[in-house]
Ligand binder design. Structure first.
Ligand SMILES: NC(=O)c1ccc[n+]([C@@H]2O[C@H](COP(=O)([O-])OP(=O)(O)OC[C@H]3O[C@@H](n4cnc5c(N)ncnc54)[C@H](OP(=O)(O)O)[C@@H]3O)[C@@H](O)[C@H]2O)c1
Length: 251
């Protein structure tokens, strides 16, 4: 299983303090990686406890990723402090729900800035360092709504489809230079992001009935996919969107 070993690697995970980001950071740390957690709130005590409990280093950075001009300096600082950047996981995300005809433009911009613009900047900043190193792994977080339009979340669906194709575009440019760019498309996972859906009994029942696995995913269930895409086991995998969705897209 040596090819999955991440000992000595440094992984930057946006939104590693809770939800899917925490599940992925934990998986990466279990495989040996040290973690840099970037979050909007800086509230990452629980994540620190988990990662340090696994015997790995945990670095905390408070950054609102909509402050796009701070992304390059943040990555440069990480490289100065830690000497390298092996794995970049773009996970931080938000959703906003309104009928399309009423979607406030400022919310369109906020959602697409977090899910698209910031992801591109992180890829660009991390990519520059990885090009220097001649090696690196970038893992973006797509969604089953990279493939489907969803309901009441037009900017989210638009941005998630864009992330899947951005991943392909970057892979085309960087695959021959030792950088793997891929993404994971989660189905419906039990995190704060789907709180509103879960609070609506009718919608919740309908969603669960459509998931072949018959249940929400748990945050630990992204660990296998992220460790695979972060490790040498995926060295010949480029531009791929890996669904982890309880079978949702097969339906
Ligand atoms: N849950 C699902 O079913 C599902 C399905 C498909 C895709 N996804 C995707 O998976 C990713 C994680 O979602 P989740 O379910 O884990 O959501 P979550 O539990 O709501 O967590 C969101 C994370 O993103 C961070 N974040 C949000 N806005 C930010 C900003 N402006 N700057 C910095 N950090 C910010 C949050 O940091 P703070 O805690 O500091 O606010 C938090 O760590 C998202 O990209 C989401 O679209 C989720």
């Amino acid at each position: 299983m040596k090819m999955f070993d991440l000992s000595g690697k440094l992984a930057v995970v946006t939104g590693a303090n809770r939800g899917l980001g925490l599940g992925m950071a934990k998986g990466l740390a279990e495989a040996g990686a040290d973690i840099v957690c970037i979050s909007r709130s800086g509230k990452d005590e629980k994540a620190r406890e988990i990662i340090e409990g696994l015997g790995r280093r945990f670095h905390s950075i408070q950054l609102d990723v909509t402050e796009l001009d701070k992304i390059f300096p943040t990555i440069e600082q990480i490289v100065r402090d830690c000497g390298r950047l092996d794995i970049m996981v773009n996970n931080a995300g938000i959703i906003s729900r309104h009928p399309a005809e009423e979607f406030p433009l400022e919310e369109w911009h906020l959602v697409t800035t977090v899910l698209m613009d910031a992801v591109f900047y992180f890829c660009q900043a991390a990519g520059r360092q990885m090009l220097k190193q001649g090696k690196g792994k970038i893992i973006n977080t797509a969604s089953v709504l990279s493939f489907q339009g969803g309901i009441l979340c037009a900017p989210y669906a638009a941005a998630k489809a864009a992330i899947s194709n951005l991943t392909r575009a970057l892979a085309n440019e960087w695959a021959s230079k030792g950088i793997n760019v891929n993404c994971i498309a989660p189905g419906y996972f039990d995190t704060d992001l789907i709180e509103n859906l879960k609070a609506n009994p009718e919608r919740s029942r309908a969603l669960l009935a459509r998931i072949p696995a018959g249940r929400w995913g748990t945050i630990d269930e992204l660990a296998g996919a992220v460790v695979y895409l972060a490790s040498d086991a995926s060295n010949y995998v480029h531009g791929h969107t890996l669904a982890v969705d309880g079978g949702w897209l097969s339906r």
